[in-house]
Design a binder for this molecule. Structure first.
Ligand SMILES: [Zn+2]
Length: 328
């Protein structure tokens, strides 16, 4: 199994080619298994005269510019390294492979045979109950993997993808979104049926804004009600309020590796001094709570941002965004 990632310069002129600038890949014996070999080649761009804004942000762009290897040679190195392997995995289901085929066609060389592609992004997004495709850096953060390498270096992204795959269950790998459901939300995540004792509530804040409470790290790390292991919340769902009032009740799903998924709830209140506090709880699931959660899932979503100055990495436009992946 080969986990592949590419960086490319998106076509902006009359030549319809997303020109590959780097091929990065790691070999694993199975999904979630250890990395046994790595491959990286920087490719000298020769087709387009300029870089699109996304490509300009690539951390290793100069390595491609200064490379003496052109695509045909790079591809033969990659083909040799693959050694006839035809099972691939990637973060996203098709864009990398489409770009690979397109570049082979442009240079008039035979494509790398690809028989199966495992889309680890879709599996991971299903696993964590996200309503949309989760970006790689967010998945890395969710899994608590130290982000010591640059994102958007194809080799690093392939490594991160292979490491995140350790969290993915066979059930999530088997999940296939139905085409007609593409624009809708993913199905409701299955919550743990284990019973647990009443959990203590946790105060979050005060913070100057409701968003501050929702983003606060203290509020986003609920504990598994069975074993106490820390979970992670990356987004909150809420029922859209009528008018311009702030929604006061938010729901999120978090997961314990051992005990499954649980629901947590954050209730906001405005204090007399104008600041906001939250009370976070991990309630037992009742039919009423399940209905409230489902209504919130159909409502709005608050995607959490880190508090403080931690640098965030967003996907540059040289690579399709998570949303674009989903609609491709
Ligand atoms: Zn647990």
């Amino acid at each position: 199994m080969i986990v592949l990632d590419l960086e490319w310069n998106r076509s902006y002129d009359k030549k319809p080619l997303d020109e590959i600038l780097q091929i990065g890949a790691v070999r694993v014996e199975e999904i979630g298994g250890p990395i046994v070999d790595t491959f990286s080649v920087f490719i000298r761009p020769t087709v387009h005269k300029r870089f699109d804004p996304g490509a300009r942000k690539l951390p290793e762009l100069q390595a491609s510019v200064q490379s003496t290897v052109e695509f045909p040679v790079a591809l033969e190195q990659f083909r040799a390294w693959c050694g006839g392997e035809t099972a691939f995995a990637a973060w996203g289901g098709g864009d990398d492979f489409k770009a690979l085929r397109q570049n082979c066609e442009y240079w008039n060389i035979p494509p790398v045979p690809v028989e199966t592609v495992c889309d680890l992004q879709t599996a991971f997004s299903y696993l964590v109950g996200a309503g949309q495709q989760v970006a790689l850096w967010r998945a890395v953060e969710y899994c608590g993997i130290p982000d010591i390498f640059d994102f958007h270096n194809a080799l690093c992204d392939a490594m991160y993808t292979a490491v995140v795959a350790r969290w993915i269950t066979p059930e999530a790998l088997a999940y296939r979104p139905e085409r007609r459901e593409k624009s809708r939300r993913l199905p409701s995540p299955r919550l743990s049926k284990l019973s647990f004792s009443k959990q203590p509530r946790r105060k979050v804040g005060p913070q100057p804004t409701p968003e501050g409470v929702l983003n606060a790290r203290a509020g986003r790390q609920p504990a598994c009600p069975i074993c106490g292991r820390m979970g992670s919340v990356s987004r909150w769902s809420f029922v859209r309020p009528k008018g311009k009032t702030v929604p006061l009740v938010y729901y999120a799903v978090f997961r314990c590796q051992e005990h499954g998924r649980f629901l947590c709830r954050m209730t906001l209140s405005l204090r007399e001094d104008g600041t906001w506090v939250g009370r976070r709880s991990v309630p037992a699931i009742t039919p009423e709570l399940a209905r409230e959660f489902e209504a919130a899932r159909q409502g709005g979503t608050h995607v959490c941002r880190s508090e403080g100055g931690k640098k965030r990495k967003s996907r540059p436009t040289g690579k399709p965004s998570a949303a674009a992946d989903r609609n491709a």
